[in-house]
Design a protein around this ligand. Sequence first.
Ligand code: NAP
Length: 398
Amino acid sequence: MHVKLVRLLSNTLLKCQQGVTCSRLQYWRQYAATGKKPVQRTVMGSWQMHDYGGPEALTFSSTARVPRIHSPNEVLVEIHAASVNPIDVLMTKGYGKDVLNVLRGKASPVSTAAEFPLVFGRDFSGVIAQKGKAVGKYKVGDEVWGTLGGQKQGSHAQYAVAGLNEISKKPPSLSHIDAASIPYVAATTWAALVQVGELTSGNTQGKRILVHGASGGIGTFAIQLLKAWGGHVTAICGTDGLGLVRDLRADVVIDYKTQDPRSELMQMEKFDLIYDTLGKEKTGYSIDYLENWKGGKFVTIASPLLPETDSHGLLPGALKWGADLGLDILKGFREGKNYRVAFFMPNGRALNTIAGMVEEKQIKPVVEKVFSFEEVPAAYEKVGQLHGRGKTVICVKP
Ligand SMILES: NC(=O)c1ccc[n+]([C@@H]2O[C@H](COP(=O)([O-])OP(=O)(O)OC[C@H]3O[C@@H](n4cnc5c(N)ncnc54)[C@H](OP(=O)(O)O)[C@@H]3O)[C@@H](O)[C@H]2O)c1
């Protein structure tokens, strides 16, 4: 049996090398990873990009290949809903392609080395359709939510493959639409506030935190996490976001459209942590209101690593970014402040904690608008305006 299998595999590999077909090899790989004969649903609906050109260059394919499990630690998820994030829109224009292509090559040299077609969408809520044989924690039919690494094929499709580190059980009380609004902003904020900012459920009580971009997808999640952990939150947003942000229990809200945030902040006690979602041009002034010499941290998720590598090439861009970051860090040292950068990272364990907080009603989904699967380009247009009031979600399976 084994000799036959090896012979079949090597024949198939030979055919692949000769450019004939890879599908049989993928079939056997999946067989080896799952221990079960792959279910033969081979095509799905998927929004794809064949060349960078903005959201208008997205095309729908009803015959895209269902992705296959290649590792025993992966699951195939039938996507019920997914959110759209600013990164998806930027990626349609080639944002970060040099860095992401390096990651794509490293992450899975066999299956996803080719750049196109690309599928965007970094988070999802759905149901496990198939699982690798090392996946003991979940069974087929389990409802899960998760995020996918930036180098991976995304969730704006009917199926996606996710690793065990990227998923957790979906909070049972949430619909798939509501659940899909949380994972990406939660994983990003966890990276920023917990892994980089060093806040925890045990040490946030009474800490003073300033949140920029408070009415957006990231801001509305961050406020809730911080309030659940006992933080004192000052939030900055525009006039029509005030009601939403107050509703999420921010302690102080500054309207950047009718008030001068600088003079408002000047009258307040200094902050232990500032969460920058918007970038130095809009938020850099606020570092003056961070505690000096008491471990105050300015954590940004809007650092220009990807724009720099896009403009200057991989190595020169990374070097320029590193040099600018070094200067910001040194300037911070001089004044007794920590300048730090965080990036989204998939984090199934964090999602597990968040699921518990959702079930305890400490965190609720903030869904601004739901689009159907047919309306994905319109959803990208909306999110690309960067005026989110919470999250935009796509209903993939009604
Ligand atoms: N590094 C990473 O891994 C990572 C991950 C996720 C997100 N991000 C970054 O985070 C940013 C925010 O993401 P998001 O999903 O929250 O986007 P979003 O939903 O579009 O929210 C942006 C929010 O910022 C508000 N805003 C704009 N200018 C402002 C100002 N001067 N002061 C206060 N609020 C202002 C907008 O409201 P108005 O209508 O008033 O403009 C909007 O509510 C994105 O641009 C993205 O680059 C980075």
